[in-house]
Ligand binder design. Structure first.
Ligand code: GLN
Length: 484
């Protein structure tokens, strides 16, 4: 009961083969039995989940389900505010923070009948690529418990891969949905900037943050995206554009689609197994009728440098609110406000968050602003232009999601080594474009490899359609990790 996709689950409910309560109970039991080993969850909302499931049961019994997510058990990254449910952002500073309201995405999922199983582990404030920066515990990769699940939405990706949730949501600022999806062999989509409301998403880097779905297959990702996408007057950056029926747009194949393969996405130092799997995937798309073209994104090399100026700069400003006054932790015994605030921040933030705050504060400081933040913004424009030029010739871009497969816990102690993991995901974030990662093979050690499909702004339907065609033409999804 815990292995079904969301669309299979919906069909089983409709046929009366099982009920939301049975399925939710099965997930809760599996979490209880296995999550001590994986560490996907920070909070499990057992009672509320069973209550929501009972309500879904009644709707299904009456033949009036709310839609494809009614009664579907989901996990949500602990950076999305949930009313009455602790929201920690993986940080000591918010360890006891209980939001008084739901994020718009959470509210929309509840309105669609989805059942929240709990809140998933993450790198502190979504800063990281391995979930090792969680202040509470690392999450393990269900394919190999000695390896990281990726990050920062590692808990969400591991929950889906380990059948600890039918689907999940994460957030992606520079790759945090796509990279863990690749490492855990699930589908992860970063929507176009502005597609999903960020209201109630605890901010990391506001010009980059997007909420995105993780699912077992492309259809599930499409269904999940459809439930949360759309304009929200409470987020000024949310765009008022019609939301297509993503699941209905999956069919049609890739015949006639022009696929661009960025030359710069095959670099020295990347795992040859990843390069090989991605090239084979490109051949599969060609075999399905797509035309394939070499393209160039010359600014790819600058992506990491630009991202690691802009994201920390915005973070240093966003995280100023954790001052011991308004939210969360306060360390007492200080003689004045400044000392209280600095003691609180010293105790409440982990090393990576402090590093980002310092990097960002430096990049924004008088005398350095133009040389760092100002310059990074200019290069960001060049990155955008690279994509715009490529999309004059092709309909989508295809390449690797990451340069390597999941690494071992503790393997990347040097922050720069960790940052380099994001080389293929940050450019799309800087340009605000949608991108999806799907499984495209396995390394010799049996670890999943991710294929990234990048689209034009608001053209999620095309990348989902191509990803779906690819998924159907291959049999990678047949393999499952075993937690037994
Ligand atoms: N790994 C990147 C970082 O550490 C991206 C994180 C994210 O997308 N939230 O900033």
């Amino acid at each position: 009961m815990t292995g079904l996709t969301i669309h299979e689950l919906g069909a089983a409910y409709r046929r009366g083969e099982t009920t939301p309560t049975q399925v939710v109970a099965a997930y809760l039991a599996r979490i209880e039995r296995l999550d001590a080993r994986v560490g996907a969850y920070l909070t499990v909302t057992r009672e509320a989940a069973l209550r929501a499931a009972a309500a879904a049961d009644a709707r299904h019994r009456a033949g009036t389900p709310l839609g494809p997510l009614d009664g579907v058990p989901l996990a949500v990254k602990d950076v999305l505010c949930t009313r009455g449910v602790r929201t920690t952002c993986g940080s000591k500073i918010l360890e006891r923070f209980v939001p008084p309201y739901d994020a718009t995405a959470v509210e929309r999922l509840a309105a669609a009948g989805a059942v929240l199983l709990g809140k998933t582990n993450m790198d502190e404030f979504a800063m990281g690529s391995s979930t090792e920066h969680s202040a509470f515990r690392p999450t393990k990769n269900p394919w190999d418990l000695a390896r990281v699940p990726g990050g920062s939405s590692g808990g969400s990706a591991a929950a889906v891969a380990g059948d600890l949730a039918a689907g999940a949501f994460g957030t992606d600022t520079g790759g945090s949905v796509r990279q863990p999806a690749a490492f855990c062999g699930v589908v992860g989509l970063k929507p176009t900037y502005g597609r999903v409301s960020r209201y109630g998403l605890v901010a990391f880097a506001s010009s980059l943050d997007q909420i995105g779905p993780l699912g077992q297959d492309v259809r599930d990702a499409a269904l999940l995206l459809g439930a949360v996408a759309g304009h929200d007057p409470r987020d000024a950056t949310s765009v008022d554009a019609p939301v297509p029926d993503y699941a209905a747009a999956l069919d049609g194949g890739v015949r006639g689609l022009r696929v661009g393969v960025p030359r710069e996405y095959f670099i020295e130092g990347m795992d040859p197994e990843v390069g090989r799997a991605v090239r084979e995937a490109v051949e599969t798309l060609r075999g399905l009728g797509a035309t394939v073209e070499d393209v160039s994104l010359p600014t790819t090399d600058y992506g990491i440098a630009v991202y690691y100026v802009i994201a920390p700069a915005e973070a240093s400003s966003n995280l100023a609110r954790y001052d011991g006054v308004k939210y969360g932790l306060r360390v007492g015994g200080a003689k004045d406000l400044i000392e209280m605030s600095s003691r609180t921040r010293a105790a409440g933030f982990g090393a990576e968050v402090k590093r980002r705050i310092m990097l960002g504060t430096y990049a924004l400081s008088a005398g350095y602003h133009d040389a760092y933040y100002g310059r990074a913004q200019k290069v960001r424009t060049l990155v955008r232009r690279d994509f715009a030029r490529a999309f004059e010739r092709v309909d989508l871009l295809v390449g690797p999601t990451t340069p390597n497969v999941a690494f071992r816990l503790g393997e990347k102690e040097d922050p720069l080594a960790m940052y380099l993991n994001d080389v293929f995901t940050v450019p799309t974030s800087l340009a605000g474009l949608p991108a999806v990662s799907v499984r495209c093979g396995f390394s010799a050690a049996g670890l999943p490899i991710g294929l990234q499909l990048i689209g034009r702004a608001f053209d999620e339907p095309t990348i989902l359609r191509a990803a779906h065609a690819y998924e159907r033409a291959t049999s990678w999804l047949a393999r499952r990790p075993s937690l037994a």
